[in-house]
Design a protein around this ligand. Structure first.
Ligand code: ATP
Ligand code: MG
Length: 390
């Protein structure tokens, strides 16, 4: 018989938002992520999503790892299946939870019976199993209020399932629930973290990467595509829009004041990203900016970059220290790739003294000489869309 995985939904979230939409989105995402691991049935009842393998060949450990990365699940747990028979349940508990039973001093048993044909009700079953465990493990005492270990038993249609304390899930909201965003993905540490943070809040992402061939290399591009790949266990499949950016950078270097180069370049990034958003039905932009980190991340600079679009720009790392960003990036597994030493387009033609407090008026003045619309259109027309599968 197969084991099963339970996803416990974030309850606080369910109060505020449409619960049904939340559950549907979570189940849809779970089904997609489960595909590589064999056939599973996914159902939800009372804030719990049940992931049941439909064949003995299903890769349950693989599925369990994948379910830990599903946004919207507060807790995840792996359950042992057994016959719907109280002796079988007892022996499944003893076998599956042997370490937990050995390590705890106090315990309780909680039962749920969705199969109403099972002869004992939940309370009777919990009393039976609790009594037996109490006898079998002399070091254990029952404690209904603050037990070290809670043994959970679910009597479902096809089988009974036992499990112990769940492990923390990815939290957040199911991807897609909050709509769609365009996320600006460089090869650095911050933007993969920012993308992850916003996917966690329920945004489905379209990635944009600005590529300055031959100033930046094919390896630099592959690194960014690899970063996107590392995000897919959380975000689902991703499209990376690779934007040819060389012509714009060369034009800016030719015709604009050097100290404004970076800010003007970033205004183009925002314009192009907003156009991509328009084309793919996204309603906001995401960047990895952090206040004060570099010259283009002062509030004055952010005002200048934000002014080219009316889309909201989410900068979830804006209030984080580099240390905090690094910690998240290690946790989600992007750090080692992010620190690979390939150049980013932002480091091409970096001015010696970038303006820390640019004004909107001087940006606009500098751009008067440029065919802004034409440059944006050419860049957007040249986009290469790369699909990153899970
Ligand atoms: P990161 O670590 O994410 O590269 P950073 O500290 O290097 O960030 P900047 O280079 O100023 O900061 O970039 C700020 C943000 O602008 C990035 O977090 C990213 O969202 C976006 N960005 C920068 N370069 C690119 C690029 N080549 N393609 C797409 N987005 C970019
Ligand atoms: Mg960067």
């Amino acid at each position: 018989m197969n084991d099963m995985i339970l996803l416990k939904l974030g309850e606080l979230v369910l109060k505020g938002l449409n619960r049904h939409t939340f559950e549907e989105a979570l189940m849809r995402n779970a089904k997609r992520r489960l595909r590589p691991f064999g056939p599973f049935q996914v159902t939800t009842r009372q804030s719990i999503t049940y992931v049941e393998p439909l064949s003995d060949d299903c890769d349950v450990p693989g599925a369990f790892e994948a379910m830990k990365k599903i946004f919207g699940a507060a807790d995840v747990c792996w359950c042992r299946a057994c016959e719907k028979d109280k002796e079988a349940m007892l022996s499944a508990i003893r076998d599956f939870l042997s370490d937990e039973l050995a390590g705890a001093r106090t315990f309780k048993v909680e039962c749920k019976r969705s199969d109403k044909t099972f002869p004992l009700n939940s309370i009777q079953l919990a009393q039976y199993l609790g009594g037996e465990l109490d006898d079998l493990y002399p070091h254990l005492t029952a404690d209904m209020h603050h037990p070290d270990l809670t043994v959970y038993v679910e009597v479902r249609e096809k089988a009974a399932f036992v499990h112990g304390t769940p492990v923390p899930g990815a939290g957040g909201l199911p991807v897609g629930m909050a709509g769609r965003a365009v996320s600006l993905l460089s090869g650095g540490i911050d933007s993969p973290v920012a993308s992850w943070m916003m996917a966690k809040r329920g945004l489905s992402l379209e990635m944009v990467h600005f590529f300055s061939y031959p100033y930046t290399s094919e390896e630099a591009k592959q690194k960014v595509l690899h970063l996107a790949k590392l995000l897919t266990p959380w975000t689902g499949r991703l499209v990376v829009h690779v934007v040819p950016f060389t012509a714009i950078q060369e034009e800016l270097r030719r015709s604009c004041p050097e100290e404004l180069f970076t800010i003007l370049m970033r205004r183009f990034m925002m314009r192009i990203s907003a156009e991509v958003a328009h084309r793919c039905g996204a309603g906001c932009l995401v960047t990895g900016e952090s206040l004060g980190q570099v010259a283009s991340q002062t509030m004055e600079a952010m005002r200048c970059t934000g002014a080219v679009t009316d889309l909201p720009i989410f900068r979830p790392a804006v209030g984080l220290d580099k240390e905090e960003i690094v910690r998240i990036s290690r946790r989600i597994g992007t750090f080692e790739t992010s620190i690979l030493p390939y150049e980013d387009c932002c480091t091409v033609f970096t001015p010696r003294h970038p303006r820390l407090k640019p004004t909107l008026a001087e940006c606009r003045r500098a751009e008067e000489k440029l065919d802004v619309e034409g440059l944006v259109k050419a860049a957007v027309d040249g986009i290469e869309r790369v699909l990153i599968e899970l």
